[in-house]
Ligand binder design. Structure first.
Ligand code: IPD
Ligand code: CA
Ligand code: CA
Length: 270
């Protein structure tokens, strides 16, 4: 077994254990929801309990690896070439409202590149897994991106970061513009599920700004292994630290990039 397969299997164990924890808390966190800072940026007892389970499993198997976890921050020696980017509950707002779009997202970056990813949606019992050159699966069956190549025939998805009230770079203009050019733009409230759904062809493309590595790491390798494309908005090489991602089936990548840049350059026509 390659190392990547071992990392994938342990990440799967952690994601599924955490998903079971989340399911146990669903509908029971009303008295345990707090805001982390910005309005709407919630954290619940479930986020923390899920993260504890993941960290326990990863520490037990890979004590020397670095961790970047949403609720605990940086743990271990961050110079280690192995960095686990963990979102114990991606879609906390949905979870708090019992809106069933949330997931556990665990990605492994090796020398800064996402190489292994597991996204587990416990409500629908959907397990998305991928590792570099080992393919992408949903519930152990291979997945591929869609073949849609025209924006007019596409269904897209995006999201709006918690700083949306503080900046005009809040993705509202892009959302309106693309809504007019496509069959629709969805907003699921879980970045990892967005990336998973593009990966298995339910959606054709996704873009968002203001993201963190734990939102994207697992979904990036999943999408790449499913045949999709991940770049910056302008089509140049993706950079994790920008928090900005354009992720598509590849076929409509540059058309979507062109439209996003048009909005950025003031070309909004509604
Ligand atoms: C959020 C979700 C949402 C995205 C936000 C993220 P959280 O993560 O992924 O879809 O629009 O930018 O922060 O807070 O639910 O883990
Ligand atoms: Ca998240
Ligand atoms: Ca989260």
């Amino acid at each position: 077994m390659t190392n990547l397969q071992i990392f994938l299997d342990i990440a799967t164990e952690a994601a599924m254990a955490a998903g079971t924890v989340l399911q146990g808390y669903l509908g029971k966190v009303e008295d345990a929801i707090t805001e982390k800072g910005r309005p709407g940026d919630l954290v619940t007892v479930a986020d923390k309990a899920s993260e504890t389970v993941i960290l326990d499993i990863l520490h037990r198997h890979f004590p020397e690896h670095s961790i970047l976890a949403e609720e605990s921050g940086k743990l271990g020696n961050q110079d280690n070439q192995f960095l686990w980017a963990i979102d114990p509950l991606d879609g906390t707002t949905n979870f708090a409202h019992q809106y069933p779009f949330f997931a556990v997202s665990i990605g492994l970056l090796i020398n800064g590149i996402p190489e292994v990813g597991v996204i587990y949606d416990p409500f629908h019992d959907e397990l998305f897994r991928a590792a570099r050159d080992l393919g992408a699966t949903r519930n152990r069956h291979s997945i591929r991106v869609s073949k849609t190549s025209e924006l007019e025939k596409s269904l897209l998805v995006t999201g709006f970061a918690y700083d949306r009230r503080e900046t005009s770079d809040n993705n509202y203009a892009e959302f309106c513009h693309l809504t007019h050019l496509t069959q629709g733009v969805r907003r699921s409230g879980s970045a990892s599920i967005d990336l998973a759904h593009v990966s298995c062809g339910r959606l054709d493309g996704y873009w968002e700004r203001g993201l963190s590595p734990w939102d994207m790491a697992a979904g990036i390798i999943l999408l790449q292994e499913a045949g999709g494309k991940v770049t910056a908005y302008d089509g140049s090489a993706f950079k994790m630290e920008t928090g900005r991602i354009l992720a598509t089936n590849g076929h409509l990548h540059y058309k979507l990039s062109h439209e996003l840049l048009g909005v950025k350059n003031g070309g909004l026509h509604m």
